[in-house]
Design a protein around this ligand. Structure first.
Ligand code: ZN
Length: 260
C-alpha cells in the first residue's frame, strides 16, 4: 500500500498528441496522404480543446506527451497546455519507433525533441514516453544520459517501479494496452484497430480504477486527442471522471508529480 498526499489512490490522465507526426513517423509515403494527416490534425484542432475543457471543469491536471514536430506544426499548442497547468513531456520528434530506426536516429529523436521544447519555452521535460511504447536499450541509455526523471513506456508492474537495462535504471510509470484508447478505436484504412463501443472503455476503466483503489495504488490511462476527442467517446471518459470524482478519495496527478 502506498500513501498518497491527497487520497487513497492516484490516477493520471495522459494524452499523446501525436497529430500528423503519428503518421509521418510511419514512413515518407504518409506525407502525401492528406486524409490520414487531416485525421491527426483533428486531434489538435478539435480534440485538445474539448479535453482541456473537460479537465478544467473537473480541476484535473494532466500529462501531455508532445512530439517535437507536433509542437512546431501547431503554434500555440504548448503555451495553451502550460497556461492550463498541465505537464508537457517528451514523445520524440517525428514519432519514430525506437525499435525500427538506428541508434543515431534514436539520438536525434531525443535531442531534436529537447531542442524544440527549449526553443518554444517549454520547461525541460521530466518524463518520456516512447512511440508505440517500444523502448530499446539505445533509447533507455539516452534517457539516463539526459537525466529524465521517469519513463512511461513499459509494462513490468501495475505500480511505479524501477525498469532496468544492464547497470542502468529509471523510474517506470507503467502503461498497458488495455488502458489505452488506441487499441479500441484506432481503426485506419490499412487495417488494425476497430471502432469499438465506448461504453466498454468506460466499464473497463472504472473496473481498473476500482482495483487500484482497493489496492491503494496509482494507475493511469493513455489517450490520443484524435481518438478520444470524438464527442461520443469523450462523453464516456467524462463518465469515468465523474465516477472517480464521486469516489472522493483520489489524487488526480500529473506523472511528474507521481515521479516526485
Ligand atoms: Zn504517440
Amino acid at each position: 500500500m502506498t500513501t498518497f498526499p491527497n487520497g487513497n489512490t492516484a490516477l493520471s490522465l495522459t494524452f499523446d498528441v501525436d497529430a500528423e507526426a503519428g503518421w509521418l513517423g510511419e514512413g515518407e509515403e504518409y506525407a502525401r496522404r492528406l486524409t490520414i494527416l487531416s485525421e491527426g490534425r483533428y486531434g489538435v484542432v478539435r480534440g485538445v480543446p474539448r479535453i482541456l475543457d473537460l479537465l478544467a471543469r473537473h480541476h484535473i491536471p494532466a500529462t501531455f506527451f508532445v512530439p517535437g514536430y507536433t509542437a512546431e506544426q501547431h503554434p500555440g499548442l504548448v503555451d495553451t497546455l502550460l497556461e492550463a497547468g498541465h505537464e508537457i513531456a517528451h514523445h520524440g520528434y517525428l514519432h519514430l519507433r525506437s525499435d525500427k530506426v538506428s541508434a543515431q536516429a534514436q539520438a536525434e529523436e531525443i535531442e531534436r525533441g529537447l531542442e524544440v521544447f527549449e526553443r518554444l519555452g517549454v520547461p525541460t521535460p521530466r518524463g518520456y514516453r516512447s512511440t508505440s511504447w517500444e523502448l530499446t536499450p539505445e533509447t533507455f541509455e539516452l534517457l539516463v544520459k539526459y537525466g529524465f526523471a521517469y519513463d512511461s513506456s513499459c509494462m513490468g508492474d501495475d505500480r511505479p517501479y524501477l525498469e532496468r537495462w544492464g547497470d542502468l535504471e529509471i523510474l517506470e510509470i507503467p502503461v498497458h494496452w488495455s488502458l489505452d484508447d488506441w487499441p479500441r478505436f484506432g481503426w485506419n484504412i490499412d487495417g488494425g484497430g476497430n471502432v469499438a463501443d465506448p461504453a466498454e472503455m468506460r466499464r473497463a476503466w472504472i473496473a481498473e480504477f476500482e482495483s487500484a483503489r482497493a489496492e491503494r495504488r496509482h494507475t493511469s490511462f493513455t489517450m490520443h486527442p484524435e481518438v478520444i476527442g470524438r464527442p461520443y467517446r469523450l462523453a464516456e471518459l467524462e463518465r469515468v471522471v465523474e465516477h472517480v470524482v464521486a469516489a472522493g478519495d483520489v489524487w488526480f496527478a500529473r506523472l511528474d508529480d507521481i515521479a516526485a
